[in-house]
Design a protein around this ligand. Structure first.
Ligand code: BG6
Length: 468
């Protein structure tokens, strides 16, 4: 990563929660740790009427750090531009401003465009980037003196269904090469998700058991409870998407891909992304007696921005199969809901009972291996041991490790990791075109199944086990 070359970052949708609460903190931390180039400027774009100072204040209020000196230095290079991203003038003015900055610095700076806006606006932004010429690097080839790259970061969900995602992708493909496009799924940058491949392919312990022969089922869950659980301020945007597209289409399917894909040839971004995409292409929804449930929490339709007749699901469960040699017949459940009794995200892999003819030595038990993602990342394995005492009775015990409990491990939170990778040009933790298309295909098929089911209403704070 070139930490010396000046960098210009443009955030479309800069007054939204994502930038205020997550991205700006990640940029600030990278600045403090001197990972961002010294000459980094951030331009926030949004329709709100704010001055540079108002915008800085907004960010300052959200920073967790009380480090006044670094905060001040960082914010001096943060600017705000009021503008409608549907209007070409916003882009033309921005182009002039960025060109002026390059001129002052005497260099063609690297440029990062971040789309933190609702998916309906992507098409417009892509087109306006192209028409205004902002998508063209000031020195277009690495051979030219002063070359500066252009990269584009796109938040999820990318598109609203398969056809729309393919259309957007085609458009994006005309403006940028695939290696300039970074489609975010922040779950991919969670330690436990990255650790799945290390755990599976570096150890000899579990991989021999990792197939339909020994695995009974895999349950991928993402539950949200407490204050974070309801849709809150995001009601308007959420209502157009729903639980399946908000979390199922991306986070849950990526979890599924990592836990079940074949070993990549190498740890290169191409190999890993190819294996994830191959796995996704083998995913099928369970026909006939599959488990499909959709629900909505009580009071959802009264949330700000939500249509009062909304049938948007805030909970879903779906049963999938993987049509390949390794997994044929093993049920994979994906389940997500808002306003439940707890916040928890995990992949639970349940092993089959020990297969013994007649009466075995012990009662039959299922071992479970869990990849924990929320609230505390780690891995645990349930096994059975002899209960201490006179009798030969079994009791469940757990072997477990948690990332945050080992003090020597610096914990890198997802957005920070993703931003560093964009600057390095490493796409491993970003979603490829093939993956996006497969994810939307699967979601389309699940949606058909869910729509056949009645929408049931659950009280806020319901325990996930009580939903069905
Ligand atoms: C986001 C969804 O992608 O992921 C949110 O849009 C959800 O609705 C969030 O709450 C969960 O992420 P995390 O990292 O808090 O588990």
């Amino acid at each position: 990563m070139d930490t010396y070359k000046p960098l210009t970052i443009v955030i479309f949708g800069a007054t939204g929660d994502l930038f205020k609460k997550k991205l700006s903190q990640a940029f600030f931390d990278l600045y403090k740790e001197e990972i961002l180039p010294k000459q980094t400027s951030i331009y926030g774009i949004s329709r709100k009427d704010l001055s540079d100072e108002d915008f800085r204040k907004l960010l300052r209020e959200n920073f967790q750090s009380k480090d006044i000196k670094h905060t001040k230095d960082f914010l001096e290079n943060v600017f705000y531009k009021k503008g409608d991203i549907e209007d070409i003038e916003t882009f033309e003015e921005l182009k002039k401003e960025l060109a002026m900055r390059d001129e002052v610095l005497g260099e063609c700076t690297n440029k990062l465009f971040y789309l933190a806006v609702v998916p309906e606006l992507y098409e417009k932004v892509f087109k306006n980037l192209s028409i205004s010429g902002l998508s063209i690097p000031c020195a277009p080839s690495a051979d030219e003196k002063n070359y500066g790259w252009i990269r584009i970061l796109v938040e999820k969900p990318f598109g609203k269904d398969q056809i729309h995602a393919e259309m957007l992708d085609e458009l994006l493909g005309k403006l940028f090469a695939e290696d300039q496009i970074f489609r975010i799924d922040h779950y991919l940058a969670k330690e436990t998700l990255q650790n799945i491949l290390a755990f599976r392919f570096a150890n000899s312990l579990f991989e021999p058991l990792w197939s339909k022969k020994h695995i009974h089922s895999v349950h991928i869950k993402a539950f949200e409870g407490g204050e974070k659980g309801a849709v809150g301020e995001k009601g308007g945007a959420y209502d157009k998407i729903g639980a399946l597209k908000d979390v199922g289409q991306n986070h849950l399917l990526q979890m599924l891909a990592l836990v079940s894909m074949e070993s990549p040839e190498s740890l290169s971004s191409e190999s890993i992304r190819r294996e994830r995409a191959d796995l996704l292409s083998a995913v099928e929804v369970k026909e006939d007696d599959g488990e499909f449930v959709r629900g909505q929490y009580e009071g959802y339709i009264e949330e700000a921005g939500v249509n009062s007749f909304s049938e948007t699901e805030t909970y879903f469960k779906a049963e999938l199969n993987i049509n390949n040699e390794r997994w044929k017949g093993v049920p994979f459940y994906i389940e997500h809901g808002k306003a439940l009794s707890k916040t928890l995200a995990e992949i639970a892999v349940t092993f089959k009972e020990k297969n013994e003819e007649g009466e075995g030595l012990f009662p039959k038990v299922n071992n479970t291996l869990v990849f924990h993602i929320q609230p505390n990342e780690g891995i645990s394995v349930d096994f059975f041991a002899k209960k201490s005492g006179f009798l030969y009775e079994l009791e469940k015990k757990t072997l477990s490790f948690r990332y945050k409990s080992s003090d020597d491990t610096p914990f890198v939170y997802p957005y920070k990791k993703l931003l560093v990778d964009v600057l390095k040009g490493d796409q491993t933790l970003f979603v490829s075109t093939e993956e996006i298309c497969q994810e939307w295909r699967i979601v389309g098929e699940i949606m058909k199944k869910l729509e056949e089911k009645p929408l049931f209403v659950y009280p806020k704070g319901t325990a996930p086990e009580k939903i069905i």
